[in-house]
Design a binder for this molecule. Structure first.
Ligand code: 5GP
Length: 304
């Protein structure tokens, strides 16, 4: 910067800078409060849209993505999709929307409000993700801390690990038993995981619970998740992502329950599976198990 420019734009006096910082903090707090009220339903999204016409109001400075994320059952992936469909750029704030964008967003909100009211049956939720990301741990945490969430019990041809109970963690069956379940069409989905053992979701209990309006969670692999999507498009697919690839490798190798050949095989599967996140409705990062579990349960209860 030249000396002339420096003279033309004198540095902000200390006292002004402090005032500006304070104003920025207050604005952030007001936005956080607005987001909370939107999520809790204390303020309707239509009202917030209306308020965003007032320049400088918390609603006017709310980013489009944060606005969309405040809707029940809209997570980061869906929010991106909706934003792109509406043709609104990521950095846009509600106050800066063009007339057409505002109209499109408003009709999306109206449609969404209508849909939520009419959709009272909690949909089936599928939790999938790469190997060793901790799906099993998140599912176990939910089993222990959220007893009202029904977890589907899969059938598998692998042997039980220490501490695993038949009928609670899995139904342990032999190859003939699994063949019989397939022949009588008892499985909602099934897959051979890591080219080794077969796993499948018994159809009956899942459909019965869904019929009764109980939230059901399936913790299954990606191939199974795709089958559920095909046969039950209303199912919600949640991808559990590792905080980073290194973290995933650490978890995989650190677990120590598999031999070298098995670890290599699982890593390869994980590489392919990570790329599949795009196909999912929601992504939850498994940075801390209790947080990831609580987020998943929130989504299942329709308060995502
Ligand atoms: P594990 O043997 O470590 O319990 O599970 C291995 C993998 O099988 C995990 O990725 C788990 O999500 C998956 N899995 C468990 N049950 C099912 C099921 O019913 N269907 C499918 N497709 N995958 C399953």
């Amino acid at each position: 910067m030249s000396t002339t420019q420096e003279m033309a734009q004198p540095a902000m006096p200390e006292v002004d800078r402090l005032a500006a910082n304070r104003a920025a903090i207050a604005a952030r707090q007001a936005r956080a409060e607005l987001k909370r009220r939107l999520r809790s339903g204390e303020i309707s999204p239509l009202k917030a849209l209306e308020q965003s016409l007032i320049p400088g109001s918390p609603a006017a400075t709310l980013r489009i993505t944060d606005f969309l994320l405040s809707f029940p059952a809209i997570g980061s992936v869906k929010a991106e999709r909706v934003r792109e469909d509406l043709g609104i750029s990521e950095r846009k704030r509600l106050g800066g929307l063009g007339k057409l964008q505002r109209e499109k967003l408003e009709s999306f909100v109206r449609e969404r409000l209508g849909t939520v009211v009419s959709d009272s049956r909690p949909p089936l939720t599928v939790l999938a993700g790469p190997t060793a990301v901790g799906k099993g741990t998140v599912a176990a945490y939910i089993r222990e801390h959220f007893p009202d969430v029904r977890l589907s019990v899969s059938a598998t041809t692998r042997a039980p690990r220490p501490g695993e109970e038949n009928g609670k963690h899995y139904f342990f069956v032999d190859d003939e038993g699994f063949d019989r379940m397939l022949a009588s069409d008892e499985l909602l989905e099934w897959a051979t995981v890591h080219n080794k053992y077969r796993y499948g979701t018994p159809r009956g209990p899942v459909l019965e619970a869904a019929e009764r309006g109980e939230p059901v969670l399936l913790e299954i692999d990606l191939q199974g998740a795709r089958q559920v999507r095909a046969s039950m498009p209303e199912a919600r697919l949640v991808f559990l992502a590792p905080p980073s690839w290194d973290e995933l490798v650490n978890r995989l190798v650190g677990r120590g329950t598999e031999d070298q050949e098995e670890r290599t095989r699982r890593l390869e599967t994980a590489r392919v599976e990570l790329a599949a996140a795009e196909e999912f409705d929601e992504i939850i990062v498994n940075d801390e198990v209790p947080r990831a579990a609580a987020r998943l349960v929130e989504l299942m209860r329709g308060r995502g």
